[in-house]
Every structure is written in structure tokens, then in C-alpha cells.
Write a new protein. Sequence first.
Length: 399
Amino acid sequence: MKNIRLAIVIPTRNRAALAAQSVESVLTSYAGDDVGVIISDNSTDISESVILDRYFSSVGSRVQLIRPMTPLGMTAHWNFAIDYAMSAAPYTHFTVLTDRMLFKVNCIKHILSILSSFQNDVLSYTYDRIHDADTSCPIIYRPLPRSGDLIRIESERLLAMSAHMSFPSCLPRMLNSVSPREHLNKLKIRFAKVFSSIAPDFNFCYRTLDICKSFVYYDRAVLINYSQGRSNGASFARGVMTRDSEDFMKNLDGNRLNECSPLPAVLTVGNSIVHEYCIAKRLSHSGKFPEISIDAYMDFLAAEVLQFEDAHVTSESLRLLRRYGWKPRLQFHLARWKSKMVEIILDLCARKFGTVKEAVSYACSHTTPVWAWFPHPSRGYGLKIPFPVPGKNNGHSNL
């Protein structure tokens, strides 16, 4: 690991307490000085910045605090933060830790161990979620079964899945992956910026799949995702507008939401992903991007809007889909039934807590067991590869 220096970039906006917890998760998970943390404060509320200043004064030299000259939209802010990280120190690898994610204890050590033998590859991993949008109900932590495997996945495999509206958690989105410096430089040379468009995570994902033949996936939950009430994606999934999602919508830097998707007016998470897929496809010269399956696309959006909390928004969205030819086929009903059965089964493994603090404490310290016997879908995405042998570089450049 002596050749690896990892920068963990934490972009935050008006979420000082959450950002501080993200930093603490890094410091708790790993004590070495070969991992640095860069907090980029994009707050519009001065009181939030004061909280961060106070917190920063109490931490050591492994943590830096930066700010743009003026508040930026999300994508512009991510670019500001990653550009600073790439210029600030001789880091070899970079990741984004959002201010609603936390590293599990000791997981950074595992990531560094893998990187030491796959230094030229993008490495992705996954996360478990704490369901805490409604704090009046029990807080639910639901760890998903993981294989613990290391898998090399061909990019074209995931592009084909995306075209049929399957978005597995192994997709490398920068907020769940580590990228070598050379890969980020390739993105900047090709596209002028590391991130673009509206959803910087999926924009990064599909650009990465375009220019990389393959990447390495570690099928373990390295991160915990929580504070769903402050999530833009979770608010779109629920069909509600929160102050964070309203702020996001006001700062799109001249972009129009979902404008490159087949049906821009349907405001769902899946449609935003398709928007980023279509942008990457339009700019690609690789020929790797299949056409979106319209039937699968319509079914996916319909399934999303049926999860909205507002019945009126659901009705209007379904009316729009029907206007463009969507009909609930037998396949749609079977897929919904299967999804519900999976949810019921996974709920059997869930743990309930009285407070978010209790859930976070347990989730970050809990070592999720490996379910080696389980028929994990990720094993069908690529080829299982051996874990690295100390001192041996098993990496293969895909850049």
C-alpha cells in the first residue's frame, strides 16, 4: 500500500453536521496519513459554515477545508472539489464521499489493499442503507446479502443492462468507487471536466464505462447511506419536494432536468439516470451504447411513480405515460410482484432502532457476514478474480 495515496473528497452544502460525521467515519475507519480528507463547503447558510469552521479547528492535518468563491451548482461544485484535490497533493487515487454517507470501520484498509494490486483500475463497491426519512417510525437498517467476491466486470455488460433499465449497485459512480489519477486525467482530456450534466455521479459512471474496457468490483458494503430526508434522489423517489431538492432544482446551471431522456416530464430517479446514459451515448465514439428499450423504460418509470407518496402526482405521471403508449403488460405485473417478494424477504434481515444515532452506530461498526452460498446477481456480471497477494501488482490498465 506504500504507493497508494487516497484523497477522500466530501462536497457539502448546508449540511455541516452530516459532513462532520462523514469525516469522522474516515478518521475512525483508518488512521494512516496516506489517506487525506478534503471538505468542500458550498453552503449558502453562513451558520452552517461556522459549524464547519469550528469542527475543522478541532481535527488534525489529515483534513482540509476549502470553499468556492461563490456557491455553485452541484456538478460545478464537484468539479471544483476534485480539481482542488488533484492539484493539492500528490494523491494517486480519488473518491467522493457524500455528506450522507459514512465509511464502515476498517473498510478503507480493505480498499487500499485491493488498490495496491489493481492500481490502474477503477474500483467500485457498494453500500447499505438506513431508512430514516420518517423519524416518527422505527429507523430501519437493512444490510443486503453480499458475496465478498472481487469481480472484473466488462463495461459493455453494464451498458447493455442499463439499456434495459437494470442499474446494479456495482455501477461506478465515484461516490461508490475509487479512481486512479490517470483515469480522471483521461476524462478531463476527453470531456474537459471530470463531471458534467445534472447528475454528476451517473454522468461519471457512463463516461467511465465508455472509456474503460472493464473495472474491478468489490461486492461488500463499504459505506452506509442514511439521512434520506436530506436526499435529492430520495425525495424524487417519493414524489415530494424538500428544501434540498428545491435548492437543487434552482441550481441546474442552465440545464433542463431529464431533457435528453425519451420522456423528460416524468420526474423520477430512473429517468435522470436514463438522461445521463443518453448524453454519454450521444457523445460516445465507441459504439458500446445500445438503444434504450422503450418498453422496459416505460415499465420502469411506471413502477417508480407508483411508489410516490402523493396520489395526484402518481395519477398525472401515469396519465402522461399512457399518453405515450404505455400499457401495464403481464410482464410489468410479474416484475412488480417479484420486487415486492424480494422486499419482504430482505425485510426479514432488517434491524429496527429507536433513533438514527443508534442505527448509524450499529451499521458502521457491524461487520456484515459474507453470504458465499447465496446466488448473488453480481457473479453473473463478470469474472470472479482472486484477491491480491501482498507485494504483487495484478492490475491491468483499462484506460
